[in-house]
Design a protein around this ligand. Structure first.
Ligand code: PHE
Length: 366
């Protein structure tokens, strides 16, 4: 049944009011209640929002049934007008509230129907999507973090933008010290710099946690260098430090050996040379036999057959002092592993530039 048809059958007996006949009060009340029960039945039965709105307009609209009835009010004896007016308003309010609640439930129903149609099975496998995987440097970094955590080291993090003090001064490299030239630095306009090594994390960790401490800090470092097959302006290191009582070079060597045999899964030929770094004393360079060319000579080892992989040493007393640690009571070792170089050795990558190239033909091999 369409609303129009329904609405048309609303009793409209009293159109003749335009003739200004004084109306019988009971007739008027009857008409109000009939109109109301008609409207309420319609509202309850209708199932579409359009039909519902049709009924609302036909009953409550400007030219609707109640508007017609209201016109008759003028013909009601003045003493009865208040009562009829009240009746009329109550009826309108009731219909309006029935209308609103029916409308809401119809809308809810419609929404449910729509949602039921839009149902998506998220478990259906999608074809043609390639999952990403870890970068070779990340693979080695993850492995080393695991290894060092298993030996009681904590993994700490530091910012890539560092203060001059943490990157140099606290590490016993004061301004004008020639060692500053060993690390070509990207200076920022505000006097900060892009850290040239992960060693400033030693300073941060010592100050924050104090001794005894075992920590590793993997991260990205930056040097203002000419780029070629074995040099990049951006590469990865893994800093390590252990500060405790009576630490010796033997402790250092023990951990370095554990590190190398875990990464390579076999013995690699190593050599230890004295090395100079202002923040360690004594300092060493631990080199490994180049695994890219098996020691014959290649661009990676600069034709020498050896690759500098693990600069290390015993923490300089000045560094401990600068971090508020008493060097008479505590000492330790530190190392700065070249993570990028290690990845190159392990996977026999002969050009460092490939690692940051983003070239999928290269990356998909890992
Ligand atoms: N920070 C040094 C570098 O990047 C490496 C290093 C770390 C040396 C710790 C000794 C001890 O050159």
């Amino acid at each position: 049944m369409t609303p129009r048809a329904n609405v048309d059958c609303v009793p409209c007996l009293l159109y003749c009011l335009s003739f200004a006949i004084l109306i019988n009060m009971e007739d008027l009340k009857k008409r109000i209640s009939e109109t109301m029960s008609f409207a309420i039945t319609q509202i309850a039965e209708l199932c579409s929002l359009e039909q519902l709105e049709g009924v609302r307009v036909a009953v409550l609209g400007r030219k609707g049934d109640f508007a017609q009835i209201a016109k008759m009010l003028g013909t009601v004896p003045p003493g009865d007008r208040a009562e009829i007016g009240q009746l009329l308003n109550d009826a309108k309010r009731q219909i309006e509230s029935q209308f609103q609640s029916r409308k809401q439930s119809l809308e809810r129903l419609q929404l449910q129907e729509r949602l039921a149609q839009e149902w998506v099975d998220l478990t259906i496998p999608v074809s043609g999507v390639q999952a990403g995987h870890r970068h070779p440097v990340t693979i080695i970094q993850d492995e080393l973090e695991e290894l060092f955590m298993s030996m009681g080291f904590r993994v700490v993090d530091g910012p890539e933008i560092e203060s001059e003090y943490n990157n140099f001064d606290a590490l016993n490299i004061p301004a004008e010290h020639p060692a500053r030239d060993m690390q070509d630095t990207f200076w920022l306009a505000d006097g900060h710099l892009l850290r040239t090594h992960t060693s400033p994390v030693q300073v941060r960790a010592l100050k924050k946690f104090g001794p005894p401490i075992r920590m590793v800090a993997p991260g990205r470092v930056f040097r203002n260098e000419e780029v070629d097959a074995s040099h990049e302006h951006t590469f990865y290191q893994l800093e390590g430090m252990m500060v405790d009582r009576d630490i010796s070079v033997a402790h250092l060597l023990h951990f370095m050996k554990a590190l190398l045999s875990s990464v390579f899964g076999r013995d690699v030929e190593v050599r230890l040379r004295p090395g100079y770094f202002p923040f360690v004393e004594p300092g060493f360079e631990l080199d490994i036999r180049c695994l890219v060319c098996s020691g014959v000579g290649c661009p990676v080892c600069k034709q020498s057959g050896w690759v500098e992989l693990l600069p290390c040493g015993l923490v300089h007393p000045h560094v401990l002092q600068n971090c508020g640690v008493d060097p008479k009571e505590w000492n330790g070792f530190a190392f700065g592993l070249g993570l990028t170089r290690l990845a190159m050795m392990r996977y026999r990558i002969d050009d460092i530039r490939l690692l940051q190239s983003g070239d999928l033909r290269f990356l998909n091999q890992f």
